[in-house]
Design a protein around this ligand. Structure first.
Ligand code: HEM
Length: 541
């Protein structure tokens, strides 16, 4: 509802919620973003809290700078040109785009905010690392800005806000544009991705521009102060010092075609091209992941003989495969595909892992010969195992020189006491800026494949775990001879992507993929360094 409330000295606040009126007010040079000069007590309080916190030195963050602030326009023009050159297909972004696509298309275990923040940060600095901490910090600040509440006041009083702000200011090296993108603009991006996820569940085939119209989210409100009296057409008149709030959320509800980036106006968002390009890339990738690989053809009859006749996968067929679309395949198709791969080169460094139980796999087939209820229970169990497993198992890190593999187990430190193990006893590594426990050490070597004895696979064998440095008997036994007797084997699809099979006591348990964007960007002979490498992994075998 558009309204204007004025109690001299106490309140002088107007809310405008019709797009034409918002744009009319915003076009007036006498309406400012730098939040000073409010004539009322409430206006002074609401603007002062933001003005005092959201600045670097004496310079406010970009969306609190007036249109004629010194140096503003050239900086924005340069930023926009820089954004135009950002390529989401490039190695810096590809892995994160794939992660967001995975979030949109399938699972919940992707830390969408951290990944989105990392992408935005890398648009400014390719070495930027988003972490849970940096995302939480951004969230703390953004929430305090957008939702004045007792909780926000408490955040401020306890110093949490200042600590979060200082950490983010340092992380962004006091670059105001970068701070705006990784902190204040971030919720718009994350909400857009959440909408995409909801939409994908209902309309996965939707064309990309139609998706954008439905999913793009923008700021709910913007704040301005009038520097001199202004008149509006059909709306209220304001005196100097009035606080004017644009209720963009309502404006958009009334007219969904309202441009969220203020395109073509003095305050056009410099990311007006970048953000839609990113969301398009994520949507297309999600669509690609959610359909079966298009280039690989499977032979359905006389499987064994025909498979033997099948040539190795071509480069184009390999390129068409992603961790996401491999999960679309049935067990027999994966078997066939696996047989058309060779062991390839030994992986090196950390790989992101995902496991799955394809249709027709032993565990999924468990219920097929039994009544409906048992069948449903069986599938619930598989889904439960998948969910729980995904919470903990994040992949593997390889040390080929030592012939060792270790599993990346998130929350391993919290699990350890349940096995009577002190968390400090676990080996740890820093991977992608996060300190994670490594567990279940295994031997790495080339050996005979259980699935396809005609050829070699890369074998990951847990039996020899007790002889590997850092073995923690109370937990690590689970994978070995005295536990589930796990033996994994993997074959390379292309550098950076492997298809794996996990066996328990020689019986196929599940399929998995191992993926490293870093290794994908390397050629075969390049050093990817297990001890310290450029994708942020540092660990000791
Ligand atoms: C869904 C995502 C986004 C939407 C809808 C959006 C929208 C907007 C809007 C409406 C403004 C004008 C604010 C005002 O006049 O007070 C703005 C400004 C700005 N945005 Fe965005 N934004 C988004 C994401 C981003 C990202 C990711 C970045 C950085 C990478 C960014 C950088 C900026 C900057 C630097 C300004 C200040 C421009 C100026 O000085 O006028 N935005 N954005």
């Amino acid at each position: 509802m558009t309204f204007h409330l004025r109690i001299p000295g106490l309140v002088d606040i107007g809310v405008v919620d019709r797009a034409p009126l918002v744009f009319e007010v915003d076009a007036k040079p006498r309406v400012g973003r730098e939040l000073h000069g409010a004539s009322s007590g409430l206006g002074g309080f609401l603007t002062g809290r933001l003005r005092n916190k959201l600045r670097v030195g004496n310079t406010p963050l970009p969306t609190f700078a007036d249109r004629d602030a010194v140096g503003r326009q050239p900086l924005l023009d340069a930023l926009e040109r820089h954004f135009e050159a950002v390529d989401f297909e490039a190695h810096t972004f590809r892995g994160d785009v794939a992660r967001l696509a995975y979030y949109v298309a399938r699972r919940e275990d992707v830390e969408v905010g951290v990944v989105a923040q990392q992408i935005v940060g890398r648009c400014f600095d390719p070495g930027f690392r988003g972490t849970l901490r940096s995302y939480e910090d951004a969230w703390t600040i953004a929430e305090w800005v957008t939702r004045p509440s007792p909780r926000a006041a408490w955040t401020n009083l306890t110093g949490k806000l200042d600590r979060a702000r200082d950490r983010m200011w340092r992380l962004c090296r006091q670059d105001r544009m970068m701070l705006h993108g990784t902190v204040l603009a971030l919720p718009n991006l994350v909400q857009s991705l959440e909408h995409m996820r909801e939409l994908f569940a209902r309309r996965p085939g939707l064309e990309v521009d139609a998706m954008l119209r439905r999913c793009l989210e923008g700021p709910a409100r913007l704040m301005r102060i009038t520097r001199a009296p202004i008149e509006t057409t059909g709306g209220p008149a304001f005196r100097a010092g009035a606080l004017v709030i644009y209720d963009l959320k309502t404006a958009r509800r009334r007219d969904p075609t309202v441009d969220l980036f203020m395109s073509g106006r003095w305050n056009q968002c410099p990311a007006h091209g970048l953000v839609p390009r990113l969301l398009r890339a994520v949507w297309r990738r999600a669509q690609h992941d959610a359909r079966r690989p298009r280039l690989v053809h499977f032979v359905q009859v006389e499987r064994t003989r025909k498979t033997e006749e099948q040539p190795p996968l071509t480069e184009a067929e390999r390129k068409d495969l992603t961790p996401g679309n491999l999960e679309m395949l049935k067990q027999w198709e994966l078997d066939q595909l696996y047989a058309r791969l060779s062991a390839g080169s030994l992986p090196k460094g950390p790989f992101e892992g995902r496991f799955f139980f394809p249709e027709g796999s032993p565990l999924r087939s468990l219920g097929q010969a039994v009544p409906e209820l048992s069948r449903r229970l069986a599938s619930v169990n598989v889904d439960l195992v998948t969910r729980v497993g995904e919470m903990f198992w994040k992949g593997k890190t390889f040390f080929p020189e030592q012939g060792v593999v270790r599993n990346i187990i998130e929350h391993g430190g919290e699990l350890a006491p349940a096995f009577g193990v002190h968390p400090a006893a676990l080996r740890r590594a820093e991977i992608d800026g996060r300190d994670v426990p490594l567990m279940f050490p295994a031997r790495l070597f080339r050996g005979e494949s259980l699935a396809d004895p005609r050829g070699e696979s890369i074998i990951i064998d847990y039996d020899d775990g007790p002889r590997i440095d850092g073995y923690v008997p109370a937990i690590d036994f689970l994978a070995g001879r005295k536990g589930l007797r796990i033996r994994d084997e993997i074959r390379q699809i292309r550098p950076g992507l492997y298809l794996g099979r996990a066996y328990t006591d020689q019986r196929l348990l599940l399929m998995f993929t191992l993926h490293s964007e870093f290794a994908e960007g390397q050629d075969e002979t390049a050093e990817s360094g297990t001890r310290e490498n450029a994708n942020g992994a540092s660990a000791q075998a």
